[in-house]
Design a protein around this ligand. Structure first.
Ligand code: C5P
Length: 302
C-alpha cells in the first residue's frame, strides 16, 4: 500500500484539574481536552526500519531517535500486532514543540492511525487506545479529536458532543517547557496541601453545550498554570496583554508555555494575536477555531 497522510489537530485543556500523585508517579487528572485548528501533517509509508523526518520551521526542535513519540508509536503498534517491518514517517510540523498543545502526542496518534491502515490491521479505535496510552497520556485523545473529558492519566476518555465553535488566539513561547518539570513544580508549590480528587466542572460543560463564550471563559481553569508561571514568570505579562487587547480570558495551555486566549469573535482573535506578537518571550502568534474535528486520514497520490 502507498503512503498515507494524517492531518492531526493540536489541543488545549479547557479544564486541567490535577489531583494527588498516584503510586505509579503519575497524577490523577480530570481534564477537558479541546482540539483546535492548528495541525501537523504526518505522512507514513512502509519501510524496513522506522525512521522519522520532520519538516517546517520547528523541525530542529523535535527530538530524533527513540525519544520521538511518533517512532515509539509505530514500534509499540508493531510489537502488539506482530508486525516485523517499520515505517518511514515525515512530519510537517505546525504545532509548537514542547508547547503544551500535545503536538508530539498528536503525531504519535497520527502514526497509529496510519500504520493501522498501511499494515492492513483494521483495528477499531478502542483497540488502538491501549497502545496510545502506552506511548503517552495525551495520545489517546489524539486518536479522537473534538472535545473529550479525560480521566486517569488523561487516557480514559469520554467524548463530549458539541456543535459550538470558538475563536482562539495563541502565543507560542521562545522556548518550550518540560512537562515532567512542570508537574514536579506543581507538586512543590502544593507541598503540605491536602490535594482533593479532581472533578469535572459542570458549568464548563454547560457553557460548551450552549456555545456561550463568556461563560466558557469564566470556567477555564488549569491547575498547572501556577507552576508554568513560576518557571516562566514572563507568561503573566503575556496573559495580561491578551485580555487587555480584547480576549475574554487567557490561560496557559496544558503544561505550557503556550498561552491560549478565548476571544468573542475571529476579528478580536486577530487583534489579540497582533498585540501579543513581539512581546518579550513570544516567538510567534496564531489564531484558530476550536473545537476542531478528528484526525483526517487520506491516501497520498504518488
Ligand atoms: O504520559 P506522558 O509521557 O505524556 O507524561 C509526561 C510526564 O508528565 C510524565 O512523565 C509525568 O511526569 C507527567 N504526568 C503526570 N501525570 C499525568 C500525566 C503526565 O505526572 N497524568
Amino acid at each position: 500500500m502507498g503512503p498515507v497522510r494524517v492531518r492531526v489537530p493540536a489541543k488545549v485543556n479547557l479544564q486541567l484539574a490535577v489531583g494527588p500523585v498516584r503510586p505509579d508517579g503519575f497524577h490523577e487528572l480530570v481534564t477537558v481536552f479541546c482540539s483546535v485548528g492548528l495541525h501537523d501533517d504526518v505522512t507514513v509509508t512502509t519501510s524496513d526500519e522506522t525512521r522519522v523526518r520532520t519538516t517546517g520551521p520547528e523541525a530542529h526542535l523535535v527530538p530524533a531517535g527513540a525519544d520521538n513519540l511518533a517512532a515509539r508509536a509505530a514500534e509499540a503498534l508493531a510489537r502488539r500486532a506482530g508486525v516485523s517491518s517499520g515505517v518511514d514517517i515525515t512530519i510537517d510540523k505546525d504545532i509548537p514543540v514542547a508547547g503544551g498543545m500535545a503536538g508530539g502526542s498528536a503525531d504519535a496518534a497520527a502514526v497509529l492511525l496510519a500504520c493501522n491502515e498501511i499494515w492492513g490491521l483494521h483495528w477499531p479505535a478502542e483497540e488502538l487506545v491501549p497502545v496510545a496510552a502506552e506511548v503517552g497520556s495525551d495520545v489517546a485523545f489524539g486518536l479522537l479529536g473534538g472535545v473529550a473529558v479525560g480521566r486517569g492519566r488523561g487516557e480514559l476518555l469520554e467524548p463530549v458532543g458539541t456543535t459550538a465553535e470558538f475563536a482562539w488566539a495563541f502565543a507560542f513561547a521562545d522556548e518550550g517547557l518540560s512537562t515532567p518539570e512542570v508537574f514536579r513544580t506543581c507538586d512543590r508549590l502544593r507541598e503540605g496541601v491536602d490535594v482533593p480528587q479532581p472533578e469535572v466542572a459542570e458549568d464548563l460543560l454547560a457553557a460548551l453545550h450552549d456555545g456561550d463564550a463568556a461563560a466558557l471563559a469564566a470556567s477555564l481553569a488549569n491547575d498547572l498554570q501556577p507552576a508554568a508561571l513560576a518557571l516562566r514568570p514572563g507568561l503573566a505579562d503575556v496573559l495580561a496583554e491578551g485580555t487587555r487587547a480584547g480576549a475574554l480570558a487567557g490561560i496557559v495551555s496544558g503544561s505550557g508555555p503556550t498561552c491560549a486566549f478565548l476571544c468573542p469573535a475571529e476579528a478580536v482573535a486577530a487583534v489579540v494575536g497582533a498585540a501579543l506578537a513581539g512581546l518579550p518571550g513570544v516567538r510567534r502568534t496564531r489564531t484558530a477555531r476550536g473545537p476542531a474535528g478528528s484526525p483526517q486520514l487520506a491516501p497520498v497520490n504518488p
